[in-house]
Design a protein around this ligand. Structure first.
Ligand code: 9D3
Length: 257
């Protein structure tokens, strides 16, 4: 899969790209990343990429011409791939969106700066607008790297591990169970007995119950009744004795008795 990054700060990508999982995926030719400086397509003497907003008000707006020229020269006119603008107004990135985009051959990612981008870029060039969450950043560069990493992890061969990302927590709709490693006792805090038992049926059941419990307590919004497995009703009934279950879980359990 190819990612083409368009930014006025293309140099910020290199240090992160050449690390970690992205580096491995690049070496294994699972992905290709090209970075482009939008400034290279600005035609005036000072290579201007921004200007003051029509109608007044503070801040600067990214000019349309250099962005159109850059994207059309690299991706064709009209572009042959999805053109994504990273923006605070976009749809929120999640596992499902990353999974959907992982099936594309190629993506063009535009990283905005300043107060925003001239609306004609959104109307006539961009096919999709994506945000990474409801907080203010200074530009789309870090969001673009986050999007690339989230997608790359889902590509076959990107993780050294043959199981890949299929059992990743957000694919299952549940948060992960608690993890422990040696020592079995640290400052008097013991690892749960069941994990030392060697009984893998019991361990699997304990982990599943903990994953259900955590999700219900910390991220009930993630909980998807359609993704529940066979033994889960029994585990949820046990959890009803330990925590106050959300109403939708009580209804679900009630409806099965
Ligand atoms: C002050 C009003 N802001 C609108 C919410 C203006 C504004 C804030 C931040 C305009 C641009 C930006 C720069 N941010 C991004 O380009 C961005 C972003 C983000 O700030 N948060 C979450 N995801 C993203 S993706 C791109």
């Amino acid at each position: 899969m190819r990612f083409d990054l368009f930014s006025i700060f293309p140099e910020v990508f290199d240090p992160y790209i050449n690390l970690s999982i992205l580096k491995k995926a690049l070496e294994n030719q699972v992905i290709e990343i090209r970075t482009f400086d939008i400034r290279d397509w600005a035609t005036d003497k000072h290579h201007t990429t921004d200007d003051t907003p029509f109608g007044g008000g503070g801040g600067m707006v990214m000019k349309p011409e250099p962005i159109f020229s850059a994207i059309e020269e690299i991706e064709g006119r009209p572009p042959a791939c999805p053109v994504i603008l990273l923006s605070p107004q976009g749809e929120l990135l999640n596992h499902q969106l990353a999974e959907e985009l992982s099936h594309e051959e190629s993506l063009a990612l535009i990283c905005g700066r300043y107060e925003g981008v001239d609306e004609r870029v959104l109307e006539h060039l961009v096919t999709r607008e994506i945000s990474i969450g409801d907080y203010v950043l200074s530009g789309g560069e870090l969001p673009a790297l986050i999007l690339i990493e989230a997608i790359t992890r889902l590509l076959p061969g990107a993780l050294g591990d043959p199981t890949g990302a299929s059992d990743d927590s957000f694919a299952s709709g549940l948060l992960e169970y608690p993890h422990y490693t040696r020592p079995a006792e640290f400052r008097g805090w013991k690892v749960p007995e069941v994990l030392l038992s060697g009984n893998h049926r019991e361990i699997d059941s304990w982990r599943r119950k903990q994953a259900l419990k955590r999700t219900l307590l910390q991220r009930p919004d993630l909980f998807d009744l359609r993704k529940l497995a066979k033994g889960d009703s029994k585990l949820l009934l046990e959890l009803a004795e330990e925590i106050e279950l959300p109403a939708f879980i009580k209804n679900f359990l009630g409806g099965r008795e």
